[in-house]
Design a protein around this ligand. Structure first.
Ligand SMILES: NC(=O)C1=CN([C@@H]2O[C@H](COP(=O)(O)OP(=O)(O)OC[C@H]3O[C@@H](n4cnc5c(N)ncnc54)[C@H](OP(=O)(O)O)[C@@H]3O)[C@@H](O)[C@H]2O)C=CC1
Ligand SMILES: Nc1nc(=O)c2c([nH]1)NC[C@@H]1CN(c3ccc(C(=O)N[C@@H](CCC(=O)O)C(=O)O)cc3)C=[N+]21
Length: 300
């Protein structure tokens, strides 16, 4: 058997089209243009790539993009002052602070300083609490993108066995909450899980968010299961030439694709959906801020 490839890149393009259509309506009918502010502290090359591509796609869907690049040694007080200014700026509907932050900055303090209504990452403690209690919130982009793909592939997820590998606050935990919200039977695995292969073998849905290149082999996968690979790992690729690298996920794609029913590739899977969902969350935040109807199908 060979798995259906869930094309996140194509799916993300359709999400961005819906976002763009809604942005056009907001402008034409209400004179409002959604705005997304992205804050990057330091010069991590990978983060710079993501921030650039977020900014480009923000503009492509017709929204305003505000990029704030701060020195790696920016003080916490200066960063908090910027967040305060963005919180008070009526043209800014979404604020994203790129993680991880340099070590001298308290990540929780900084994230919780963002106005929860503008927290398009969904990392503020108040959004985490709302999601955990099944209330309307800003939903973290990566898990939201994964859920959209799962719903599109399966329809109803109710009663399915889902295993999430990883319990981070940005992927694993909110992913588990969303799957539970869709009535899956959810197991969260992590580095202390006993007999991970056996746990994963139970799953109809496997979401891998570990940060270990190609960790999940095909023989852990139940035949026909759906595999969502969140991992983004850069590894050496000597076959492409000396010093070359390539991106791989947290699952071993070839062996998993041979046994799974459906699988997301890396690149071209979860990553593009994350950015599309960030744009979707910004439109949602803009609509809520202006008391306007929210776009259909862009959030849970
Ligand atoms: N595609 C996208 O848009 C995004 C991709 N990513 C990628 O997703 C991956 C995960 O990111 P993130 O959640 O931030 O990572 P974290 O490092 O925050 O969390 C990793 C999780 O994996 C668990 N883990 C580590 N080793 C093992 C193991 N051997 N067996 C089982 N579990 C293990 C850890 O367990 P413990 O808690 O016990 O330490 C932890 O809960 C990374 O590759 C990252 O680059 C992240 C965000 C967005
Ligand atoms: N506050 C915050 N929010 C985030 O959402 C956030 C963050 N910090 N820090 C870093 C991680 C990582 N992340 C990715 C987004 C898109 C791709 C993506 O589009 N990847 C492409 C490939 C890109 C490439 O070629 O490098 C793909 O998978 O096809 C990857 C990773 C968001 N993150």
């Amino acid at each position: 058997m060979s798995a259906t490839v869930i094309d996140g890149k194509a799916f993300a393009a359709t999400v961005r089209e819906k976002v763009a259509a809604h942005v056009a309506r907001l402008k034409a009918d209400h004179g409002v243009t959604p705005g997304l502010a992205v804050v990057l502290v330091g010069e991590d090359p990978a983060s710079q790539v993501y921030v650039r591509s977020k900014g480009k796609m923000t503009v492509e869907v017709g929204m305003n993009s505000y990029e704030h690049k701060l020195d790696v040694d920016t003080s916490e007080a200066d960063l908090l002052a910027l967040i305060d200014r963005l919180n008070g700026d009526p043209d800014v509907h979404g604020i994203l602070v790129q993680l991880p932050l340099p070590g001298h900055l308290d990540e929780d303090l900084v994230i919780n300083a963002i106005d929860p209504a503008k927290d398009v990452d969904g990392f503020h403690i108040s959004n985490v609490g709302l999601l955990g209690t099944g209330q309307k919130s800003m939903v973290p982009c990566t898990p939201l993108g994964c859920l959209m793909m799962l719903r599109a592939h399966h329809g109803d997820l109710s009663g399915m066995d889902a295993v999430v590998i990883g319990r981070s606050k940005i992927v694993g935990k909110p992913m588990a909450q969303l799957l539970l919200g869709d009535s899956c039977t959810v197991t969260i695995a992590h580095s202390r899980t006993k007999d991970l292969p056996q746990v994963v073998r139970r799953a109809d849905i496997v979401v891998a968010a570990v940060g270990r290149p190609q960790m999940v082999p095909g023989d852990w996968i139940k035949p026909g299961a759906t595999v969502i690979d969140v991992g983004i790992n850069r590894i050496d690729a000597p076959e492409k030439g000396a010093g070359k690298t390539r991106l791989v996920g947290d699952v071993d794609y070839d062996s998993c694709a041979a046994i799974a029913g459906a699988i997301t590739p890396v690149p071209g899977g979860v990553g593009p959906m994350t950015i599309a969902c960030l744009l979707a969350n910004t439109v949602t935040a803009c609509c809520r801020a202006n008391g306007l109807a929210e776009p259909e199908g862009l959030t849970v």
